[in-house]
Design a protein around this ligand. Structure first.
Ligand code: SF4
Ligand code: SF4
Length: 746
């Protein structure tokens, strides 16, 4: 007895010391990150929200259960380990007394039953995990496996460790039944089965009991130590990461740039003291560092990433793992207390500290520029991550540093940024062009001059594409006509409207974004804007959820929400049948980022004759068109084009029409359809329209607004080449013709 107590306690103290040392090291490393007082503040202000996430996400496993089979397997394993804390207490108690039972409940049959039930559930969970891993072996499946790039060896070790925990548990309990030391009279069904198997061994059961109690503790302690050195660290820190995550999630608005815990003021920023984005790993906040350590390497994010799916080097998982590996390798440098200590580090440690965070293979960068700039900000990674990692924030942080400090970004996007600065729209067109669409209507659209009148219910935020891009202008006119038909009083800003700044912000140019955003907020406040209807989901997201960061607070609605309401209220009545099979494409910034999934579908449901057909990837799992994250203004040189991938999926539903609710999507998908028509893969009659256009056709507005485009319409080029995103937007000739800025004369 004394020997097993000594062995048990010595092993426990040794394991606790090793694990504690590692956790202290991780804590110190996390503290080398930037302060994040806003996270603590948010928790102080909304403690109930923090508690709710612990209940729903940690205990309830809500996000894990988004994937049914692995989710259930994980939930069984997680809940099993919580219940099995009782058996760990019993194992330690058994070190001291062979007849140990947990006070009060330790002899209740149902406690023994629950313990065994969850022991079996954990076994079922790890068998499921093993099958999933074998079925999706990256050696066989390559990039198609979500585990591609993950540390699969460590994962198998953990599965083995969990199996040994359960096996040793059931063996020592079975032996206890035979020695009469087992505290539960009945109920522990699995232990009883094992006890039945061991019964023929007679007196040897006493030795088996002692040996397997010690083995059980040794396995648990070894597992505990291993966890602190592996991806399974998430067992300990995922609840903390979830607690301090952005609410409701890391989608929607980007966060303001912060330096040393404060929102960066460009006018007062000190280039030597302030932090501009993420230029080195310690520029991440401690919450960012926590994200890195929390990643479970499950690859759910990777499996949904449109860049990864189309053969590009970007994987949101690998971004996190590359940053984490670099942070760990740089840790000796970061944790060295002085310049002398840093100078005394081995050459390899100092070399790691010198690595640029962004750089190609020649520059030995942590992350390749092709990874960084491939992101469309679609949010699929954030949506899928079971531990609330905020990939877009980290990618944007690195983009900000590249743009603002290094001036290193895809050259083709420079024109867009200059146009935003000089002309207030990405194409550099004159501001007078913003109202040309109004002249194509047969009724007056008031342009705000001074203050918005009390009789005007909505300010219609048209957006740059909606005002200047030929295809998006059809949507704009359809919305205006429908509002007019429904008797909704609205007005537009006309030449006073400028780009919201979204493309600049998503590129990483926070300076240009701030300039445009402040200018727009000033305009909106001057005219007394209260209720805004936006046709572009990017404008919608920016005005509704980013402008409040700068003091611009408005009630913003997307046009599909307003039109669905007008139909529901009987102010618009679709009557003309549209006998077509139509598949709806969810724009990322409308759907995933802002949870507007239902209104566009409700509109389609109300149009007589429409047969709605969902694509496999829809709603929360919708697949990007390829234009977000300022990708609209960058060339797509690597892999398959994202818009082509999306259209291939749409064509699988054999649609007559593809509908959407975003001008970016309209252009990208329209271009892809044009490319498919040129190769004969899509029928000539196939078109891409906004839901507003569909509704307008059914509500019977003038033919020039909702009608299908003519055969020679501006549905992309007709050259037969697949057009690149940077070619999208107002037709290039049109842009040049209308432009009057110097960059457009080049
Ligand atoms: S936001 Fe979209 S494109 Fe960017 S890393 Fe995440 S899933 Fe990939
Ligand atoms: S970032 Fe999240 S979703 Fe992606 S591998 Fe890590 S834990 Fe899984």
């Amino acid at each position: 007895m004394a020997l097993r107590i000594i062995i048990g306690l010595v092993v426990t103290v040794a394991a606790a010391a090793i694990a504690g040392r590692r956790l202290w090291w991780l804590f110190r490393l996390g503290r080398t990150g930037q302060p994040a007082p806003e996270r603590v503040q948010a928790l102080r202000e909304h403690p109930a929200a923090g508690a709710e996430t612990q209940v729903t996400e940690v205990i309830g496993q809500r996000r894990l259960l988004q994937w049914t089979v692995p989710g259930v397997a994980h939930a069984l394993t997680f809940w099993g380990f919580i219940v099995l804390i009782l058996t760990i207490i019993e194992a330690y108690g058994d070190l001291f007394s062979k007849h140990f039972a947990i006070p009060l409940i330790g002899t209740w049959a149902w406690v023994g039953f629950i313990e065994d039930l969850f022991a079996v559930a954990v076994l079922a969970g790890i068998i499921t995990f093993a099958i999933i891993r074998l079925a999706s072996d990256p050696k066989r499946e390559g990039r198609r496996s979500r585990f591609s790039g993950s540390h699969t060896g460590a994962a198998w070790l953990v599965l083995l460790g969990i199996f040994l925990v359960i096996a040793t548990l059931l063996i020592y309990r079975g032996a206890q039944i035979n020695t009469g030391d087992f505290p539960y009279p009945h109920g522990a069904f699995a232990s009883q089965i094992v006890g039945h198997w061991l019964h023929p061994l007679g007196a040897a059961n006493s030795g088996i009991e002692t040996t397997f109690i010690l083995l059980q503790l040794a396995v648990i302690l070894a597992f505990g130590v291993f966890v602190t050195y592996s991806k399974h660290l998430h067992i300990a820190i995922a609840p903390i990461n979830v607690l301090f995550a952005r609410r409701p999630n890391g989608l929607g608005p980007l966060q303001p740039m912060r330096s040393n815990g404060k929102v960066l003021d460009f006018e007062e920023a000190d280039p030597d003291e302030d932090v501009f984005g993420i230029g080195k790993v310690e520029d991440l906040s401690w919450k960012g560092m926590l994200d890195l350590a929390t990643c479970t390497e499950c690859g759910r994010c990777q499996s949904q990433c449109p860049a990864w799916a189309t053969g590009k080097p970007l994987s949101p998982k690998m971004i996190i793992l590359e940053l984490r590996d670099h942070a760990f390798a740089k840790a000796p440098y970061l944790l060295a207390g002085s310049d002398e200590a840093r100078a005394a580090l081995p050459e390899s440690a100092r070399a790691e500290a010198e690595r640029p965070i962004i750089g190609d293979a020649d520059a030995h960068g942590v992350i390749d520029p092709d990874e960084l700039w491939a992101c469309t900000n679609c949010g699929a990674c954030v949506e899928e991550c079971p531990v609330d990692i905020e990939h877009i924030d980290h990618i944007t942080g690195m983009r900000r540093h590249q743009v603002l400090v290094e001036s290193a970004f895809p050259a083709e996007a420079a024109t867009m940024l200059r146009n935003l600065e000089n002309k207030g729209n990405p194409w550099g067109m004159g501001e007078s062009k913003r109202t040309e669409w109004i002249g194509e209507l047969d009724f007056e659209v008031p342009v705000v001059d001074g203050v918005i009148g009390d009789d005007v219910e909505y300010l219609f935020w048209v957006g740059c594409a909606g005002a200047l891009e030929d295809r998006a202008k059809r949507t704009t006119k359809a919305i205006a006509q429908l509002l007019h038909t429904a008797g909704v009083n609205f007005a537009v800003l006309g030449p006073a409207e400028t780009c919201t700044g979204d493309p600049a912000r998503r590129m990483g140019n926070e300076f240009v974004y701030s300039m445009l955003a402040q200018q727009n907020i000033e305009t909106l406040n001057e005219v007394g804007a209260r209720k805004i209807v936006a046709s572009c989901p990017h404008c919608f997201n920016t005005i509704a959820r980013e402008y409040p960061q700068l003091g611009g607070n408005y009630e913003v609605i997307h046009h599909t929400q307003l039109l669905a309401k007008l139909v529901a209220d009987g102010k618009l009545t679709p009557v003309t049948p549209i006998d077509e099979k139509i598949t709806y494409h969810d724009p990322c910034f409308l759907g995933r980022h802002n949870r507007v999934f239902t209104p566009p579908r409700e509109i389609m449901e109300q149009v007589p004759g429409v047969q709605a057909q969902e694509m496999h990837r829809c709603k929360e799992r919708g697949f990007c068109c390829g234009a977000g994250g300022a990708r609209m203004w960058m060339e797509e040189r690597i892999g398959k084009r994202i818009n082509i991938e999306r259209i291939d999926e749409a064509l699988g539903t054999n649609p007559d029409t593809i509908s959407t609710g975003c001008p970016y999507c309209l252009v990208m998908l329209g271009d892809a359809v044009a490319a498919k028509k040129s190769t004969g893969e899509a029928k000539e009659s196939l078109e891409v329209v906004d839901v507003a256009q569909l509704l307008a056709r059914s509500v019977q507005v003038p033919a020039t607004i909702g009608a299908p485009p003519a055969a020679d319409s501006a549905q992309g080029n007709s050259s037969g080449e697949e057009p690149g995103p940077a070619q999208a937007g107002p037709d290039a000739a049109g842009a040049a013709e209308h432009a009057d800025g110097p960059e457009n004369q080049a």
